[in-house]
Design a protein around this ligand. Structure first.
Ligand code: FAD
Ligand code: SF4
Ligand code: SF4
Length: 467
């Protein structure tokens, strides 16, 4: 190990400069400025180069984190970037939006020993942003052209990771998506202040330049049937994500807005589209008192978007306490800094235009999953005035049973966990449609591994046909 490493003893944890809360609440740009080279190298040098790197085991992609941290500390940035790109087709995206506190950084031994984790995500982002700037991100060059073609349904991270991997192997790949842009939730769900659209667009353009074909505005099941899609290709991957919003169970009127409708409208406005529901004010928080119901990452994105749209006030209503929220603590911290109010241990009893009637909760005994159950405190009802109420209660799978694929009782697709194969020959599935609402890094992992399994299946089929 070089003497450059293990600097955590003398050097504290530090992130790239974060813009002030006032400045960032006034625009939709990412909240951190870029790392400067010296700082990235110094932060990477804090790594202890563990023999058993828990950061790596807690990264869904099993990234070779200690290696690229060491190379960064040594100033060998091209090699560091190449090492990070071996396992991850979109390192700069994961570096921006992985909940690192729950993954690699949460498991870093330095974090566990109280020194503050190595800022792995920020270094990963820095490396690949540098690679793009310096022209090190190589075009996709297939190892030779193959005659087989693959259809991928869904241009989100799972579909894109699979498309890249398959194209590199020389397959003809067509990705179908019902939206008009490539990226899935990377473009239409996740707001710019976490992930600017250009970062996704340059990845999409690289796929197009590498020969991946995209059929956009194509809703499989309506524009073409899944049967027809299968006939067009030798194998197919379903990577359609999960989009059925969980409903608010408390009585409510039509004024409640679904989180994803709200976020898609905001993202479209940012992309320069005409959005009538935004122009009419229905999906614009400007000058309104906004209440967002839910405590996950989608809720955090809604409250922070509302702040940037110029809401009069923004409150997040969540039935458990902060320690038990499903969303990232870091994101909640950003929201608090930006002036979002949190009403913890509060649940809606009814919602109508103008007000949310809510009750105070307390945490009771743990349920079967071990989580404490929220219980209503007697005589604790109160009213929160609201001109815009957004429900962010999670997502379930849409009904794909008409496609002939076997589903679980939650509506997600049943696959062989090792091969990603569904019950239909030559049909594979990956991403949220398999795991349920999850994370970008898991979608990438599954797309990557499903592509390898599809290749193995095609090879095996060819062998059998030749015998
Ligand atoms: P998706 O990204 O959902 O892509 C699926 C694609 O399939 C879509 O483009 C859709 O249009 C298309 N499609 C669906 N049905 C059809 C059909 N019938 N025909 C054609 N196309 C179809 N994860 C993180 O790691 N970090 C975050 O900060 C984060 N923030 C999030 C914020 C929000 C608001 C949301 C909703 C999710 C967030 N996630 C985050 C989760 C993450 O976005 C998902 O886990 C990930 O995008 C799943 O990838 P996927 O490829 O499986 O599906
Ligand atoms: Fe950490 Fe995500 Fe990067 Fe893995 S992909 S190293 S979990 S930021
Ligand atoms: Fe370095 Fe932390 Fe990973 Fe150990 S766990 S190798 S200190 S980043």
């Amino acid at each position: 190990m070089t003497e450059r490493m293990q600097k955590f003893v003398s050097l504290g944890q530090n992130w790239p400069e974060k813009r002030s809360a006032t400045e960032r609440a006034g625009d939709f740009h990412e909240i951190h400025r870029a790392f400067i080279a010296e700082k990235a190298a110094a932060q990477a040098a804090r790594c202890a180069q563990c023999g058993v790197p828990f950061c790596q085991t807690h990264c869904p992609l099993q990234n070779n984190i200690p290696d690229w941290l060491r190379l960064t500390a040594e100033g060998r940035l091209l090699e560091a970037y190449e090492a990070s790109a071996v396992t991850n087709p979109m390192p700069e995206i994961c570096g921006r939006i992985c909940p690192q506190d729950r993954l690699c950084e949460g498991a870093c031994v330095i974090e566990q020993s109280g020194h503050g984790a190595v800022t792995i995500g920020a270094v990963e982002k820095y490396l690949t942003d540098t690679a793009w700037r310096e022209g090190w991100v190589a075009p996709i060059k297939p190892r030779g052209e193959r005659r087989e073609s693959i259809g991928v349904v869904g241009a989100g991270p799972a579909g894109l990771a699979a498309a890249e991997r398959l194209r590199l192997r020389g397959y003809k790949v067509t990705v179908y998506d019902r939206h008009d842009r490539i990226g899935g939730l990377l473009v239409y769900g996740i707001p710019n202040f976490k992930l600017e659209k250009e970062v996704v667009e340059r990845r999409s353009q690289r796929l197009i330049d590498g020969g991946v074909k995209f059929e956009l505005n194509c809703n499989v099941g309506e524009t073409i049937s899944f049967v027809e899609l299968r006939q067009r290709h030798d194998a197919a991957l379903i990577a359609t994500g999960v989009y059925k919003a969980r409903p608010l169970t408390a009585p409510h009127d039509q004024s409640v807005v679904a989180a994803l409708d709200y976020l898609i409208a905001s993202n479209r406005v940012g992309l320069g589209d005409d959005v009538p529901e935004f122009a009419s004010g229905a999906l614009d928080a400007k000058d309104r008192r906004v209440v967002v119901i839910g405590g996950g990452d989608t809720a955090m994105d809604c409250v922070r978007t509302a702040r940037r749209q110029g809401a009069k006030s923004v409150t997040c209503l969540y039935r458990r306490d902060r320690a038990n929220m499903p969303g990232s603590q870091r994101e909640a911290g950003h929201a608090e800094e930006e002036g979002v109010g949190f009403d913890w241990l509060a649940a809606p009893k009814s919602v109508s235009k103008g007000a949310v009637r809510a009750a105070r909760m307390q945490l009771g005994p743990p349920d079967a999953s071990g989580r404490q159950t929220p219980e209503e405190q007697p005589n604790s009802a109160y009213e929160a005035p609201a001109d815009l109420v957004i429900a962010a209660l999670g997502f379930d799978a849409e009904d794909l049973s008409g496609w002939g694929v076997a589903t679980t009782r939650w509506g997600t697709l049943k696959v062989n966990p090792l091969t990603y194969a569904t019950n239909l020959p030559g049909v594979f599935a990956a991403g949220d449609i398999v795991r349920g609402a999850s994370l970008v890094v898991w979608a990438i992992r599954e797309g990557r591994d499903a592509a390898d399994a599809m290749h193995a299946w095609i090879q095996e089929n060819a062998k059998v046909a030749a015998e």
